[in-house]
Design a binder for this molecule. Sequence first.
Ligand SMILES: Cc1ncc(COP(=O)(O)O)c(C=O)c1O
Length: 420
Amino acid sequence: MEDSKSADFLERFFLNCGFGTRAIHAGEHVGQPQHTTHTGAIYQSSTFVFQNVAEGAAVFSGERPGYAYTRLGNPTVMLLEAKMNALEGKEVKLRDPEVRVSSLAFSSGMAAISSTLMAICSQGDTLILGDVLYGATQHLAENVLARFGVRSVEVATQDLDAVERVVKANPRARAILFETPTNPTLAVTDIAALAKIVKGVNPDMKVVVDNTFATPYLQRPLSLGADVVIHSTTKYLCGHGTVVGGVMTTIRDEVKDKAYSIVKDVGGNPSPFDAWLVNLGIKTLPLRMDRHCENALAIARYLEGHPKVERVYYPGLESSPGHAIARQQMGKFGGMVCFDIRGGLEAGRKLMDTIKVFSLAVSLGCVDSLIQHPASMTHACVPRPKREKVGITDGLVRVSVGVEDVDDLIQALDDALKAV
Ligand SMILES: Cc1ncc(COP(=O)(O)O)c(C=O)c1O
């Protein structure tokens, strides 16, 4: 009879459970010697002791599973990776149990993005990028990857005809990387339709989605045809603003293997303590996301009717161009809201200097509400003409809506808008 406490049994058992149950239990058995703790313990250790030389040799040669050194693998980090497999990979795995879903955790979202792109692209290759991305992702492509001979081209991934044209025009393209919803303009791309087009033209190209804004609770790109999903775990997955971290999940063994070799050789692995904090955060992800989404929708509706607000960006508003696709592929619409304030930079500055409850800070996805100015903060490294072309104006304000009482958040915005 099969051991009902074995890792294999538990992996299959939890795969059949709902998202909330998986967020709490999946992966908790991975790397844990016994079920003596009710929640995965922290292995805050740089190295691991072998019983004898033969065991060390067998672990290093891969003949025996085991831990040698935390840059190469750590039980707390592997727990996080197993949890991500269960959260991002359920549908693909249930559709085809032979598909291998694997995750790798990193020291930051940027370490996850850079290592994944280095795993996929080599000198002479082309990378296709969505035209609105987190500033550092654009900077990475233009200033780092370019120096190693990887050229990048941009496309508005909402425009599927344009995607088809650019994929056809770039036969050496190895990957297309985009965010949906985008940071900060919250534009939505139809992942399934894009993946179909890309694979139709170039079946080897990898579709890579930065799923940070949506989280696996709202959107699972692998089940829609993507090859790789990336998160900055700094944001909603951790949820409390205590960690900088990242994770990559893929159904392509070659991407995982190459990215693992990059972590080994370049570094970029997370600390066990950070991985442990993210593991804790994930357990309440569905609860927090429900509240983030509810609060964000109420705030977007309030702002939409405000005379000092020119335009509101939130995929949950019926007036949003991405609303229909977001409804289909996300269910709920996330916790990020952006708006253009009448009066541009000066008005935005006044709002941010006056507002209560919201903290003036970059980052997002924390339980507390944050407010910031993309043009001078998160996207300051994007040249002005390009910023303006994609809607990152001087008057654009980005709000990461927290899980506080929504009446207090709306009151704080209302008071601050009065002062503008
Ligand atoms: C969408 C998105 N991707 C990636 C990153 C980079 O993540 P990290 O700051 O953890 O390196 C960020 C950071 O804000 C982001 O917003």
